[in-house]
Design a protein around this ligand. Sequence first.
Ligand code: HEM
Ligand code: FES
Length: 356
Amino acid sequence: MSVQYQAIGWNRQKRLYDAILVGLVALYIALFAGIGSLVHPNATAETLLIRGFGTAAILLLHVILAIGPLCRLNARFLPLLYNRRHLGVTMFLLALVHGVFSIAQFHALGDRNPLVRVLVSNPRYDSFIEFPFQSLGFLALLILFVMAATSHDFWLNNLTPAIWKRIHMTVYVAYALLVAHVTLGALQSERDPLLAATLVVGLGAVLMLHLIAARREGRMDNELRVTEADGFMDVCPISAIPENRAKVVCAGGERVAVFRYDGKVSAISNVCLHQNGPLGEGRIVDGCITCPWHGYQYKPENGAAPLPFTEKVATYAVRVRDGRVQIDPRANPPGTFIEPARLSSYTARDCDAQLR
Ligand code: HEM
Ligand code: FES
């Protein structure tokens, strides 16, 4: 974790992010209700709100799912990622309002508990076209609730990043349930096909972005070959690594980030301990490798976070031979100090000239 990073507490950037988010959501709902009442003069305010909040939630879910791959493809999207959890909680709240209004509108009048009625009032679980689509939305809402409730770093630290990540990957289950919820709902109510068409475009865009990002990641996973008798592997010419940046390679089955800084070269695991962010896509700030996702920091020589933080990642032996960087693919235990490879002043000047 970085010294500057504040897990708790609001800063100007977070306030601005949230203000823009709330403003955009309010604008969307107002426009949806305004235009909806003109286009469908017979629609009740409840119906417009149910639809407005539901579509706002699913739209935001698409944005959330697109941010990950977009950031892998272009660093300019990173500011969106810093507070992605705020988007997630906002999306859950919008979906909750939609769900509560829907239950109040369609399931509140009866002897049974409205929550039970959502699940049993339409018993056609054996039919595709008449399937009780509300129950799919209900299940998705439960998943979104668990994610929103555990979104804070408190839960990340207590559940461990691996379990936390697994919980948050269920967003894809929720997404699949919601695609079915909206598609079946639209099919059953014989509404205009615009919603279904928009959903297909959204689904296609999310899939495409994930595939492109996965292909790019896959290229990174081409294992380096052992080129030296002592097991070292050739990484690249030193001139291929810009100052304070890294080259990410796959060695020993793991992604390794090889950083060049201050006339030296060090190599550490590419995987940030916070949420598996790609350390090699970050840069060196104040002498520490800084994760591009939320700013956790690690010292390049030993992979340890600066005090008082305690995170440690694996380090790798590294050297420079004839202007080329080589690493030993055997990972050292997290936090192990490894003497950085030093560039001669000639080599450093030479690289800078080549990079210019
Ligand atoms: C308790 C959970 C839920 C219930 C009971 C529920 C119920 C409904 C109902 C009755 C409709 C049809 C509304 C209409 O045609 O006027 C609908 C549509 C929709 N729902 Fe849900 N839903 C739930 C959860 C969700 C969640 C979690 C999301 C998204 C994150 C969502 C997104 C949508 C969308 C986008 C539509 C289509 C809106 C439209 O027709 O314009 N729903 N839902
Ligand atoms: S700081 Fe969050 S993933 Fe690295």
